[in-house]
Design a protein around this ligand. Sequence first.
Ligand SMILES: [Zn+2]
Length: 725
Amino acid sequence: MFSRLRRRLTPPVNLLHGAQPAVLKHGQQPATTPVNRPGNYIMSIYRNLLIALMLVLATACGKSPSEPPGAPAAEATTDTAADAQTDAEMQSATAVKYTASCAAGIDRVGALFAELEGFQGEATVASVLDPYNTLQRELTNVAYPAQLYFLTHPDAGVRAAAAECEQKMDELNTRIGLSRPLYDAIAAVDVSTADDETRYFVSQTLRDYRINGVDKDEATRTRIRALNEEITKLGQQFDSNVPADVRSITVDDPARLAGLPQDWINAHPPGADGKITITTDYPDFIPFLRYADDNDLRKALYFEYQNRAYPKNQAVLESLMEKRYELARLTGFDNWADRATADKMTGSGAEAWSFVRGGLEASRSRAEADYQEYLARLRQIDPDADQVNPWQSSWIGNKIRLEKYQVDSAALRQYFEYTKVRDGIFGLTTDLFGLEIRPWATDEVWDPAVEAYEMYSDGELVGRFYLDMHPRQDKYKHAAMFQVETGEPAVTVPRAALVTNFPGGEEKGYLEQSQVETFLHEFGHLIHFLVSNNQRWTPLSTPEWDFIEAPSMMLQEWIYDTETLQSFATNDAGEVIPAALVEKMRAAQNFGQGLFINGQMFYASISLNYYNRDPASFDLLQLWEELATKYSVLPFVEGAHPYASFGHLNGYSAYYYTYMWSQVIAYDMFSRFEEEGLLNRDTARDYLQEVLARGGSRPTAVSVTEFLGRPYNFEAFQRRLDQGT
Ligand SMILES: [Zn+2]
């Protein structure tokens, strides 16, 4: 049970701002972790609960899974035996209390569900929709704290209870999502004279039930259940085969490690046979591809890396795709990509593919310019080089970056003391959106290090949040926004928590630039949640999944605004960050973007094209090669079988495009700020009202169109890419 939950909650490697940008950015398959990201069918079944979970996943997009440099070891304790005894009793009392509150919550949800399933009489908004809405709200309010506590609570007893609570909520939610009586009751409500939002709510709810096949006859539903189980098993098999297949190369002569950092070399002494072993695991693979000067060794390791889980996953992936195809057909779709996108902004596989093709076109010339720059630098080293190979791009890209764009991280860090950054982001939130942040005096924190705040708009309380920002033993190791409580109009405001592992806390700490960016990004999720999670219909609080990252990606842009940075970034001597340094940060950020985007869009093309047709109609390797030849700027490597370890083919399945989709819309929305001023309050107000606060109460395409005054397009994205050429 623990491992199941842990697997699900493992955050995806952030592909835009990965911990290993050199490798991720330049041509390799994205380094996937064994994320057991729920497939779309599950997402539809568990719509609300899993949207919550996935938001955690999504928001766990802090760039580097920041293993803090100064993570404290277990603290030495001077407690006496008697104190320890008291602590243990206290802890267990906390766990007992939490377990009881979860059990009560589950009982409440169970009772509401039973009542609705047995509903007789005239189905109306008041008799069916209102109780269904309450059911959904109660469900999230039990599930949200369970996720948070499982990953952050200092008391092991509470963490265990939270894991169990979450599993029970999962089971209950599955039953709700597959309940035919509930579907029939909601479908029977006549909403023809209801308001727009209520009609939209009903149409969305029924659509999700139909995606699950709840409206089908009993025989079909039995087959659907069996397929779901098989898909889950195959997906787990696919995911676990990748990390299980660790490959390696060996080196006889330590001189061949030239270029690698000394600490890495020290950590790789020769074994008893005199050979040095280098594996395909990330701590070896990523630095090796980035720093090792030996081209043949890089090539050999790359080849092993791209053959992980091959041939084992060949048959697994083929079966997984067949089952998904069958499930899609049974539930009324042409193929899996159509089913997986039915509840997204794209709405269909064809629309998603048209987006990806557009992205490939828009990024093409910039990607080729980057490629030429890499090739020219490579030729200075090897005059005979006729192309940049995938095992060379990270290495040569890193050389250029150091030569042309290096920003001294120590010089930057002095301006990013934690409390100044925090207060700076609070200040930006107030300046931009008129959202004022005040300390909140409450005892309801899970650890003494957690800070609590309230957010006000025009003097009115809109939400509450916690900051759990510094490392601690047994705490979640990444950065994420967690939902804590759903808001209910006129009753209660939403609550959320930011969890990160930044330096600071009891001692003064200084953030890296990437951490400041992570802070802004996660704070973007927080603002979005707090201002939107108070809809009349609770399930309409969250927008379509492929839009989730856009507000956060957009807020990150403010770190490159000199005026914003200079408003809070000062060093200990009180000097503000120099404008030239901000400019340098911007240039460094822009470097290599063409190849990065081309790589991301190429993987999105694989993910879609593997799933937008009958899997019996094509060969995995052949289609990969075809798409690579057509769309990837970096060449395909003969003998590689990258699909066998492309983990997102299970988790994301067809919708790997979502990060890029969010990015394109983020740039487009940001373009209005660029025109009207980054600190223009009217623009920000518009954005808050038309986009953020709407949540999922209407199609996001409508919200974005309202804000921009036109439908979104590729122009800002294209401009951004062209700036770098
Ligand atoms: Zn995010």
